[in-house]
Design a protein around this ligand. Structure first.
Ligand code: GLN
Length: 538
């Protein structure tokens, strides 16, 4: 394979236009033409990774197999492309500075004044090229987070300008994603914000090759002409990105607008004639023609911001399509759930998912929700803290261990059924020190987990500090909660279930981080199937 070609995706006018989805869609189209593609995201904030950010600020923290805590856009990349990303696929300003400052302390730049240009921009460029230099990829797409014009993204834009110069015209393309707003009162689409945004890019020395324009209405010819003329972009490189019903339509919409062809021309890429999208289209067919609907209550602490549970929501979409059923999510704030109102809050649920989370707030509501699902035999799925809550609930209400808890929430509990592992006890540093990334899990034969996975050994991703306390395992199992998944190296409990219940499972790991369009995650598929059975039996 020759040297990789590079595509940079910048955004203008406003944030949240969906750079991640456009990048993933373009990557999908190129991959479907036989090219090997990866995507990386560069984020302009100072946190070394998003692991220390509140989900309310930034949405979910996506964890890769190699244990990197990353931006949620990496989840889209994996779900669209069915590939694994790594730490190298997500770089923040904080990480760049951290590395440059460490080198300065080591004396790497001895005698020199260390500056944004060239030291920071050189470090950014090194990172731009790192994945391409592995020789594994034909194309590396780099999404630049934030918005053109932000003070903090300036070094990234300067690095893009230099990278463009270093790579040469044939090896590099810049796509600028902008908004073409529709003014209802005037009945018109407006190009001015895009013109201004491209001007800002030009001031930084970057001429975009392709404009992708987010719009609520189709772009008429005269608007395309105007954008082409005032932004120095060829007419056929003005790409319309109209609002879609689902993000999974976007690759096909981009195909219709020929975004992939324009990139292939620009970069002189070898390709197979038509993108092979059969499996993708099959998935869309199932997604859009559900035979039934199930209502899943998602009980969590951050429900006001749905992005905090992005991968769970997408896993439901994949699992729903697999079962040809629409999954309707009933968002339930765990803080608001009490024994008195639980029935009303979770009324008509065909399944109850208790979400991951940290800290004491909302804990008791989650435990009440588990109890409701267990006693009423409603399909239940607990993830990470959700699984821990299932253990606490069982200990309290079945084994009579009053006040059983996790030492994360109650350090003095008489029954620490969830506790810190030894190697977590003396940690002082918070960033990047949880149990992170993929670990193996042995699945016991004859259990629900085994039936779902159809495998003896699986690998799933983790992000937590606390663990099932094995001191209580014997009592739990004797009373009917079984550990069906165990880490073979450490003996840590990774999956619990209640065989007497039609579908009750809790996973210490995060199965939602493994679900893709082509490979929906088996526990989610089974949960939705159980919810459908329950729904139909009512
Ligand atoms: N707070 C729990 C722990 O650290 C669960 C974490 C999670 O749900 N991701 O173990």
């Amino acid at each position: 394979m020759g040297a990789a070609k590079y595509i940079f995706v910048t955004g203008g006018v406003t944030s949240s236009l969906g750079k991640g989805i456009i990048s993933a869609s373009l990557a999908k189209l190129l991959q479907a033409r036989g090219l090997s593609v990866t995507i990386q995201k560069f984020d302009p904030y100072i946190n070394v990774d998003p692991g220390t950010l509140n989900p309310y600020e930034h949405g979910e923290c996506y964890v890769t197999t190699d244990g990197a805590e990353t931006d949620l856009d990496l989840g889209h990349y994996e779900r669209f492309l069915n590939i694994e990303t790594t730490q190298a696929n997500n770089v923040t300003t904080g990480r760049i500075y951290y590395d440059v400052i460490s080198k300065e302390r080591e004396g790497t730049y001895l005698g020199k004044t260390v500056q944004v240009v060239p030291h920071i921009t050189d470090e950014i460029k090194n990172r731009f090229f790192r994945l391409g230099e592995t020789g594994k990829y034909d194309v590396v797409i780099t999404e630049i987070g934030g918005c053109i014009g932000d003070i903090e993204s300036l070094p990234f834009v300067e690095a893009v300008r230099q990278a463009k110069w270093d790579l040469g015209e044939d090896n590099c393309a810049v796509i600028h994603l902008t908004l073409v707003p529709y003014l209802k009162a005037a009945g018109e689409l407006k190009t001015k914000p895009t013109q201004h945004s491209v001007k800002q890019l030009l001031e930084a020395g970057v001429q975009p090759d392709i404009l992708v324009c987010r719009t609520e209405h189709s772009l008429p010819l005269e608007i395309r002409k105007k954008l082409a003329l005032f932004c120095n972009v060829k007419m056929n490189r003005i790409i319309e990105s109209i609002d879609a019903d689902t993000i999974y339509d976007v690759p096909l919409l981009m195909r219709k607008e020929k975004l992939d062809e324009r990139i292939i021309e620009k970069l002189s890429l070898p390709y197979e004639s038509e993108p092979k999208l059969d499996l993708w289209k099959d998935f869309l067919g199932r997604l859009k023609n559900p035979t039934d609907e199930v209502k899943i209550s998602l009980v969590g602490k951050y429900v006001e911001l749905h992005d905090a549970y992005k991968s769970i929501v997408e896993s439901f979409i994949h699992a729903g399509a697999e079962n040809e059923v629409k999954v309707k999510i009933n968002w339930v704030s765990s803080e608001a759930v009490t024994p008195e109102n639980v029935e009303q809050k979770l009324a008509d649920s065909d399944g109850i998912l208790v979400a991951p989370g940290f800290g004491e707030r909302g804990l008791e509501g989650k435990i009440v929700a588990v109890n409701f699902a267990r006693e009423n035999k409603i399909p239940f799925f607990g993830i990470c803290l959700g699984m821990q809550c299932a253990v606490m609930e069982f200990a309290r209400n079945v084994l009579g261990m009053d006040g059983a808890s996790s030492t994360e929430m109650d350090s003095d509990t008489k029954y620490p059924v969830i506790d810190l592992m030894e190697d977590q006890k003396n940690l002082k540093q918070m960033g990047g020190t949880m149990r992170l990334g993929a670990y193996p899990c042995e699945v016991k034969e004859g259990t629900l987990a085994h039936q779902l996975y159809q495998a003896d050994l699986v690998s799933e991703r983790h992000r937590h500090r606390y663990e099932f306390n094995n001191k209580y395992l014997e009592d739990m199992e004797a009373a009917g909660m079984v550990a069906s998944g165990i880490n073979p190296g450490t003996g840590l409990v990774e999956i619990v279930e209640i065989p007497e219940h039609p579908f009750f499972i809790g996973t210490q790991f995060h199965p939602e981080l493994r679900s893709t369009v082509i490979n929906p995650q088996p526990v989610f598929v089974g949960f939705i199937k159980a919810a459908l059975d329950y729904h139909r039996s009512k």
